[in-house]
Design a protein around this ligand. Structure first.
Ligand code: MN
Ligand code: MN
Length: 432
């Protein structure tokens, strides 16, 4: 790529400023410039035609428009000329989700109901105050998580009934298998915010099994018999809210060792590591253009159904053209801004823009790239419902093919293809 400063012009730094038609037109032209570098001469002709069309007002929009929303997706409003057809929407955002705010914190979700393309994965974004508890619960679907800010205390038990307790901080992961009960409690000083990713598109945070919800709907005499205590001593259960507590405030818990020793008084601790310190691992790949951390079941043993790539792309650089062999890709944008084109066969392609808090989705095997369009690092998660991470790099593939075979397809001379990057960089520089 040699887009130089043009890349930054795709979305002007002041994109949150009031709408400017001038800026959107400019954005389209900048995007087209990049596409032509990739697509070659024939493409360049249609690109100049598009530019002329914009010049004569064809791309104008004199009627009603949600200008604020349009300004957030300039590559959708004025697509690159290479885009075509009706690729299903692969952009969504937690910023559009209902926030269930309770005393102690809040939660919001994006699942297949609001994001129909995301059939394999659903996600929840949650914040807990210091001391705030996401109550003891379990659910269908496996839960993979990334701590975004702050710290929390986790509890769980494993399949043998052995207890687990751990404090996790920003950059740490956890994974709770389907059906195993667990809790999350915000720690001081500021509680925490985290992302939960479930390997089932239909998963809903509104449909988990809550300890208090269940016990509130179990006959008191049955509970007395089950616990072996007098029914009168269970009177506090009558104060449980009819639909359970879900999230509620509480004091910050005691030091970890105190909870750990209380939990292992009569049984030994679980040998399963339900958490993984992703922030402390060195990058799997790193160069001046960015870095990638890959965590799947090879490293994080308990995460048998989920694989992750945590990607950082420097300004002007790009997560290279590639695809994945074994699962759809669900994305969560953590920082910065970028754009992605998904190619969906039979001439169809669509480009959309992403920012922190947004969600993306790419059906299995469809090729794509993610380009940093801002002035700061673009950081995002790639999640896969798969025990292993797997991708194919276009550069890496073309580099190992017989040069004549490539020339017969693309018309590119061997001297050109010989200059393509020879290894899977994951992130390619602004100027290759
Ligand atoms: Mn859970
Ligand atoms: Mn990908």
């Amino acid at each position: 790529m040699s887009d130089g400063g043009d890349g930054k012009g795709i979305v002007a730094p002041g994109v949150f400023a009031p709408f400017s038609r001038r800026r959107l037109v400019g954005a389209g032209v900048a995007g087209i410039g990049i596409a032509s570098l990739i697509a070659g001469t024939a493409q360049a002709q249609s690109l100049s035609a598009t530019k002329a069309g914009e010049g004569d007002g064809s791309a104008g929009d004199p009627g009603p428009d949600n200008h604020a929303l349009s300004a957030l997706n300039p590559d959708s409003v004025t697509p690159p000329a290479t885009d075509h057809g009706s690729v299903p929407q692969f952009w969504n955002s937690f910023s559009l989700s209902h926030r269930r705010i309770q005393e102690g914190g809040w939660a919001r979700q994006v699942n297949v109901v609001d994001f129909p393309i995301s059939t394999e994965i659903a996600s929840v974004n949650m914040k807990l105050n210091a001391g705030g508890i996401r109550e003891l619960h379990w659910h269908e679907a496996n839960e993979w998580a990334l701590m975004l800010t702050g710290a929390a205390r986790l509890t769980a038990i494993d399949y043998e009934g052995r207890p687990y307790v751990k404090d996790v901080k920003a950059g740490d992961l956890w994974y709770f298998p389907e059906g195993l009960p667990h809790s999350i409690q915000g720690l001081g000083p500021d509680g925490c915010e985290f992302l939960l990713v479930f390997d089932e598109g239909k998963f809903s945070e509104e449909d988990t099994t809550l300890l208090t919800d269940w016990l509130a709907h179990t006959p008191r005499e049955v509970l007395a018999k089950n616990f072996g205590v007098d029914r009168g001593r269970l009177a506090p259960l009558d104060k449980l809210p009819p639909e359970g507590r879900y999230i509620f405030p509480a004091p910050v818990p005691p030091p970890l060792r105190q909870d750990a020793s209380a939990m292992t008084k009569d049984v030994s601790a679980s040998s399963i590591a339900f958490d993984f310190a992703m922030s402390e691992m060195p990058p799997t790949k790193q160069d001046a253009s960015g870095e990638v951390r890959i965590v799947d079941s090879a490293k994080f043993k308990v995460s048998k159904t989920m694989a992750m790539a945590h990607v950082r792309v420097k300004p002007g650089a790009m997560r290279e053209l590639h695809w994945h062999t074994n699962a759809a890709e669900w994305q969560y944008y953590i920082a910065g801004q970028g754009r992605m084109t998904v190619f969906a066969n039979k001439g169809d392609a669509r480009t959309m823009d992403f920012r922190a808090g947004d969600v993306g989705y790419i059906p299995v095997t469809l090729p794509h790239y993610i380009e940093n369009t801002g002035d700061e690092d673009l950081v995002f998660l790639e999640m896969f419902k798969s025990p292993t991470y797997s991708d194919v790099s276009l550069n890496e593939w073309l580099a190992v093919l017989p040069p004549e075979l490539v020339r017969q397809h693309l018309g590119l001379e061997e001297t050109v293809t010989a200059s393509f990057p020879k290894k899977d960089y994951a992130v390619v520089p602004a100027k290759a």
